[in-house]
Design a protein around this ligand. Structure first.
Ligand code: SF4
Length: 260
């Protein structure tokens, strides 16, 4: 797994150093405590990272802790978080969560996954994000990027993020857990995108089941130039199915790795 994580970072730095994820930004911020990370994670669902970070900063400039947010007026919170998706639902949800943190946990976010998932709108991914980014406790938050890339690499063969989390926990040594979400999310946003993954520049091609299954037999795995839009061909040449994006996987699947 270290080889994969290092290879991802090296690829991203070679192509274009990525911006931090919203949660890493909150983690690094001087004001970023566990409560802001919990609220930031709830707000980040289906929202661009840059919007999340901005909105969380604005929210915490107005409400500094769980007690203050618990006492906020719904319409004031809605106005502040309006730039993000589903802001009405999320405004109600974060006030409810603030009330629970304030009244049941004395204003302190619990470090316990069972207590976290007991809060409204907090699933395993959110709870694991809080453990990783707020408390630096080993956990593997699995979002769409972690799920997709783990399957493409052939680390797991799963249908849902929940299955991926369980499979990765069995496969990956705990010492690597803290790096997985951050690195895979940045890689999924910048290189191993859902459509047209940039396999041509990817430095972990040799580790990738998707790549191996899509390299035409006999072709050396030399990298094409950085990704072209899906389906585009160079004149006189053959479009690489790998650079062009996800393709049907061939039947001659190599064996999956046993450990990472
Ligand atoms: S699918 Fe392509 S970009 Fe993604 S990990 Fe495999 S080789 Fe790299």
């Amino acid at each position: 797994m270290k080889k994969i994580l290092d290879g991802m970072m090296s690829t991203m730095n070679a192509v274009k150093p990525p911006r931090m994820t919203a949660l890493r930004e909150l983690h690094e911020a001087e004001t970023g405590g566990p409560f802001s990370i919990l609220i930031g994670t709830i707000l980040s669902a289906r929202t661009k990272d840059e919007n999340t970070a901005k909105v969380v900063r604005a929210l915490f400039a107005r409400y500094r802790n769980a007690r203050e947010l618990a006492g906020a007026r719904l319409r004031d919170v809605e106005r502040i978080i309006r730039p993000i998706g589903f802001y009405r639902v999320k405004a109600r949800r974060i006030i409810e969560v603030a009330k629970i943190v304030d009244s049941e946990y004395g204003g302190v976010v619990p470090e316990d996954i069972d207590k976290l998932v007991g809060m409204p709108g907090v699933g395993r991914k959110t709870a694991n994000c809080v453990l990783v980014y707020a408390f630096e406790k080993p956990a593997i938050p699995v979002d769409i990027h972690v799920h997709r890339i783990s399957n493409r690499l052939g680390l797991v063969e799963t249908k849902t993020p929940e299955e991926t989390e369980q499979a990765l926990m069995k496969l990956v040594p705990r010492r690597h857990w803290l790096r997985i979400n951050d690195t895979f999310v940045m890689y999924g946003q910048n290189i191993c995108k859902p459509i047209s993954p940039m396999c041509g520049v990817c430095q972990i091609r040799a580790e990738c089941l998707f790549y191996r299954n899509n390299v035409p037999a006999g072709d050396p795995p030399s990298p094409p130039p950085p990704a072209k839009p899906a389906g585009r061909r160079r004149s006189g040449g053959r479009a690489s199915p790998v650079a062009a994006g996800p393709q049907p996987v061939r039947s001659s699947r190599p064996r999956r790795r046993k450990s990472a």
